[in-house]
Structure formats: structure tokens, C-alpha cells
Design a protein around this ligand. Structure first.
Ligand SMILES: C[S@@+](CC[C@H](N)C(=O)[O-])C[C@H]1O[C@@H](n2cnc3c(N)ncnc32)[C@H](O)[C@@H]1O
Length: 226
């Protein structure tokens, strides 16, 4: 990441073993995921509107680059780039990063864990965590959100989006392939509380009720580092 303006390379911290299942599973499902998951242009207007509001908020702040953390095959990063953000993607899965690089060669995608980003303190103008924190065990979310806080610039914004609820699963199949990851859905109030405890103040929240192809409630939180 050393060639991105404002980013300072730091030696990566060794990966915790709990991430292995997530990385291996997404390596396995990467191609199927990329085929099945809708691109931002195919999303319904409500989550697309949140992405647009986030992009405008970050653009106005005039702060540093934006990291799309857990970017998967990279569909959302070019959407943010089209909205005027200097964005790069980060994903644990080499399979996902490979797909993203091939599909969007004009953007930068890095294989790394969002729990230990190889960037300096306070260099990011924005963080997008879009359907990517639910594989992190709830007990480890404080450390993850502390990393978001460390890397965001003062006044920088986070857009977090995911399904919400009170559900913990260990599926054996995902996107038609064997997987070994777990996922954890938390009530939106709990996510907001954990962000607040990490120093990321929630300034807006949206909950979308299940309807159509949305089988569970979905929430977006916009948080700002003081
Ligand atoms: C459900 S996919 C979402 C991908 C993308 N954000 C999207 O909306 O299409 C979750 C992604 O998060 C990534 N991920 C999960 N935990 C991660 C971590 N600790 N660091 C980096 N990426 C992670 C997975 O590898 C996977 O690609």
C-alpha cells in the first residue's frame, strides 16, 4: 500500500487462527459468490442511497483515502470510485482479491485482515465495512472496531452495513460449496454500542425490514471518529 498517497506501510501482525476458516471458505466460494451477489447498481435504492450518502459525506470531509474492508470480489469499490472516492479494497481471501483485481484493474486490492491493517494511524478518510464483520466472533469485535478507530483520521467516517438480529450459525454449505466459517448477527443497538465504546460515534442508523429478497433485517450505521 506504500504507493497510495498518505498511507504508510506497517509490517503486518500475524493472522489469528480464527481467521483461517473465513479465508479458506471464501477462497472456496469466491467465484460462486461473485456470480450470485448483486452489484451495487442492482441493489434496491435504500442501501444504494446509504452508499451515496457515505460517499458524499467522505468527499466533503476532504480527508484521506477510503478502505473497503472485506471487499470480496470488489463490486462495491468501483461504485464508490464512480461516486468520487479514492478507494481501495482489502480482503482476507486471496481468491476474492484475485477476482477483484481481474475485474477492476484500475483499482487497488490488498490481501490482508481488517483486524490488522497495514496502514498507519489516522490515515483513512473513510471505511466501508459492508457485509464483512459478521464472521468476526462477537468477543473480537472490540479489537476490530479499535483497528477501525486507529486507522481512521479524526473526523473520518465509517459506513457499516449488515444483516442484524440475534443469530449465530455454523453452516456447512455456502453459495453451493462446503464452508467452515461461522457467522454472528447482532442487534443493531449492540453494534452501535460497540462502535461507541471504540470511539466511533454513531451519527445515523437505518434498519430495513425483510421484504422481497431481503430475508432478514438489514441495518446501516454511519459512525464518525471524534
Ligand atoms: C459476505 S462477503 C462481502 C463482500 C463484499 N463486502 C460485498 O458486499 O459483496 C464477506 C467478505 O469479508 C471478508 N472478510 C471476513 N473477515 C475478514 C477479515 N477479518 N479481514 C478481511 N476480510 C474479511 C471475506 O473474505 C469475504 O470476502
Amino acid at each position: 500500500m506504500e504507493d497510495l498517497p498518505g498511507l504508510r506501510y506497517r509490517a503486518p501482525v500475524p493472522e489469528p487462527s480464527s481467521l483461517t476458516a473465513v479465508r479458506d471458505s471464501y477462497d472456496t466460494v469466491a467465484a460462486a459468490y461473485a456470480e450470485r451477489v448483486p452489484k451495487p447498481s442492482e441493489l434496491d435504492p435504500i442501501p444504494r442511497g446509504m452508499l451515496a450518502a457515505f460517499a458524499e459525506t467522505v468527499r466533503r470531509s476532504g480527508l484521506g483515502p477510503v478502505a473497503d474492508l472485506g471487499c470480496g470480489p470488489g463490486q462495491v469499490a468501483p461504485h464508490l470510485a464512480d461516486l468520487g472516492l479514492p478507494v481501495f479494497g482489502v480482503d482476507l481471501s486471496a481468491g476474492m482479491v484475485g477476482l477483484a483485481r481481474r475485474a477492476y484493474p484500475h483499482l487497488r486490492f490488498v490481501q490482508s485482515s481488517m483486524t490488522a491493517l497495514g496502514v498507519g494511524d489516522g490515515v483513512l478518510g473513510g471505511i466501508l465495512a459492508w457485509y464483512s464483520t459478521h464472521h468476526t466472533p462477537p468477543a473480537e469485535l472490540p479489537l476490530l472496531f479499535a483497528e477501525f478507530h486507529r486507522t481512521l483520521a479524526p473526523g473520518g467516517h465509517l459506513l457499516w452495513g449488515c444483516h442484524v438480529g440475534d443469530e449465530h450459525r455454523r453452516p456447512t454449505q455456502g453459495y453451493g460449496h462446503p464452508v467452515s466459517y461461522e457467522w454472528h448477527l447482532l442487534p443493531v443497538e449492540r453494534v452501535a454500542e460497540l462502535l461507541g465504546q471504540a470511539g466511533l460515534m454513531v451519527v445515523a442508523r437505518l434498519v430495513q425490514e425483510p421484504e422481497g429478497r431481503l430475508t432478514r433485517p438489514h441495518a446501516c450505521l454511519v459512525a464518525r471518529k471524534a
